[in-house]
Design a protein around this ligand. Structure first.
Ligand code: GDP
Ligand code: MN
Length: 377
């Protein structure tokens, strides 16, 4: 579960990590009074996606009237498809330097890792590797003060800057453990003339530990409306921002389909793992969900084991007739009852593919060709 910035900052603050003075608003009530009190402010839209700054989700203002106008603007915008419902208004910090600090789990090493860099403020993925310090933490020993001193020395920090940063590292590790986090990230950790403080904060908590942290942390709904609908039907469904709606039957084949789409020059709008052994009715409901997000094309990739190809074919025919599909659709169908499934489709004038590469390149050529009707043989 991801937390909003203001929630993560609440946790940082209550555990001893300084953050800018701020308050949360869902409208303009109280905004003017707050600005009168703190002076120039940063207005930050509260969304779960990163990179808000670049997406226009952060504005600065110096007086109450200007702040109110900008709060109204932000509350009327969408950032990466999410409506802004809350803003965090903070005193504007005079930044001397921007650092990066995070603690997460390295899955392949099966260890907690602390990441630190003096190149904070931008996407950490873009920072050259040699500028990011990686320190693995033995969970049985924890993060020791001497280690934080070594890290700040490696970062080239000195004096109070080094001392305060080291102290923040220790506290961040305590928070990471206490809240069963998968990620705690401060980017930027800013250095001012007097303080080192968290100007931004991200926290992702481990869903499996929700029973432990939920009484202390507010529940955050991360799913989109469509994802919730799929969830209710017991279907794994994920929204992305590409072109092609993808249905496949199993986690491995679904991931491989996404890779192939990417490889041949397209991308997925969303994907659905229809699972093994889905009935005709469940498959039809799943297809309707996929299509409700208006992908530019649909790719169905079925390797029938328990899933029967004839069920998938019938489900598709049912949905096609009910929804009067206009988008290009390509179906790859092999496995159990393949001949039956292929025949059902052929009766409707729909060709199916045996090779997944052929199906993927076909869907891409249909997309590039400006979109045909359901692919007829
Ligand atoms: P993100 O784009 O979602 O990561 O949002 P951040 O909260 O990290 O803000 C992006 C950038 O805006 C920071 O790296 C800062 O350069 C700038 N910024 C944010 N808050 C302040 C502030 O209080 N004062 C100043 N001067 N800059 C800020
Ligand atoms: Mn940031």
């Amino acid at each position: 579960m991801k937390l909003y910035e203001y929630m993560a900052k609440g946790i940082l603050l209550s555990n001893g990590i300084p953050v800018p003075m701020g308050a949360v608003f869902k409208g303009i009530d109280g905004v003017a009074e707050f600005v009168e009190k703190v002076g120039p402010v940063a207005i930050k839209s509260q969304v779960l996606s990163g990179g808000r700054g670049k997406a226009g989700g952060i504005k600065f203002a110096t007086d109450p009237q200007d702040t109110i106008t900008k709060v109204r603007d932000l509350l009327a915008t969408e950032i990466k498809g999410c409506q802004v419902e809350t803003v965090l208004i903070e005193e504007k910090v005079n930044i001397e330097r921007e650092l990066y600090l995070a603690i997460t789990v390295d899955g392949s090493k099966r260890q907690i890792v602390l990441l630190a860099s003096i190149a904070g403020g931008m996407d950490i993925e873009q920072v050259p590797e040699e500028q990011v310090i990686k320190r693995f933490i033995d969970i049985t020993i924890g993060l020791q003060p001497y280690a934080t001193r070594e890290i700040t020395r490696q970062m080239g920090l000195k004096g109070r800057e080094a001392k305060q940063t080291a102290d923040i590292m220790l506290k961040l590790y305590q928070i990471f453990r206490k809240y069963d986090a998968e990620l705690v990230e401060i980017n930027p950790l800013v250095v001012t003339q007097t303080h080192v403080l968290a100007a931004d904060a991200k926290m992702t908590l481990d869903d499996e530990a929700a029973f432990r942290f939920l009484p202390d942390v507010p529940y955050v709904e991360e799913k989109t409306a469509v994802e919730k609908k799929a969830d209710d039907l017991g279907i794994s469904y994920v929204e992305l921002d590409g072109e092609v709606g993808v249905m496949a039957n199993g986690a491995g084949i679904t991931m491989a389909t996404l890779d192939l789409l990417q490889h041949f020059g397209s991308s997925a709008r969303n994907f659905m793992d229809a699972g093994g052994g889905s009935s005709e009715k469940a498959t039809a409901a799943a297809l309707e969900i996929l299509l409700s997000t208006n992908p530019k094309a649909l790719l169905i990739n079925i390797f029938g084991g328990i899933t029967r190809c004839d069920d998938v074919a019938r489900a598709f025919v049912q949905v096609k007739n009910a929804l009067d599909l206009k988008l290009p659709v390509v179906i790859r169908l092999v496995g159990t009852n393949e001949d039956l499934g292929t025949a059902i489709l052929r009766e409707q004038g729909i060709e199916s593919f045996k090779s997944v590469e052929e199906a993927v390149t076909k869907v891409i050529s249909l997309l590039k060709g400006g979109g045909a009707d359901v692919h007829n043989s």
